[in-house]
Design a protein around this ligand. Structure first.
Ligand code: IMP
Length: 195
């Protein structure tokens, strides 16, 4: 089976590739000649995931999946959520986003937060979604060099390290994207076994 993973984010590709069984050949957007930016204009994480996978299916004809992720912070009523990528502005800069979030939480009582990933899979003309959540808290300062995005300021519950201090195997095991991808893999294996 061939499946396109609709992302240009090399970090996401690395995380997901580590979890997909070798029977499934993962194609990147570059592999299918999709070099343009895919629109993400919906106002929910679910909507954006669908928009991205539907775009690839409609324009390129491939079976495909896309993920959309947001960081939901309790003290900010779920913000930045679907706006996580452009929280500090359209420059979509990780450092700016983290700095703004740390500033907004300076006087907050709660630092609880969760990452939510929604994967939209489109096989033939049917869409299926998978959701993965990882609960934790926003640290007071950035720690760690690994990962990407908000990883240096997110500490998952039950761990004393931020995502940016963990290796990929551990982040994938406990993380939002890993949980959503595990469901995707289970679903795809189920399809194989049926056929
Ligand atoms: P998107 O899913 O690529 O739209 O990501 C939305 C925002 O969340 C971007 O700022 C990403 O850098 C950030 N993000 C997505 N996944 C992760 C993650 O696993 N860890 C930390 N930040 C992430």
């Amino acid at each position: 089976m061939q499946l396109v993973f609709a992302t240009n984010n090399q970090n996401k590709l690395k995380e997901v590739q580590a979890l997909i069984p070798s029977e499934i050949k993962l194609l990147s957007l570059k592999d299918i000649g999709c070099l343009e930016e895919i629109p993400e204009t919906q106002n929910t994480i679910e909507g954006n995931a669908t928009q991205k996978s539907q775009y690839v299916k409609d324009k390129y004809g491939y079976n495909c999946f896309a993920d959309d992720t947001g960081l939901e912070v309790e003290a900010l009523n779920g913000a930045p959520g679907v706006f996580s990528a452009r929280y500090a502005g359209t420059q979509r800069n990780d450092e700016d986003n983290m700095n703004l979030l740390l500033k907004k939480l300076e006087k907050a009582d709660s630092r609880s937060a969760q990452f939510k990933t929604v994967i939209s899979l489109i096989l033939d003309n049917t869409e299926t979604q998978f959701t993965g959540i990882c609960k934790g808290e926003i640290t007071k300062a950035k720690t760690g060099e690994r990962g990407f995005g908000y990883d240096p300021i997110f500490k998952p519950n039950g761990h004393d390290k931020t995502f940016a201090e963990m290796d990929l195997t551990l982040k994938n095991k406990i993380g939002h994207r890993g949980k959503a991808v595990s469901q995707l893999v289970k679903f795809l294996i189920g399809l194989y076994q049926k056929n």
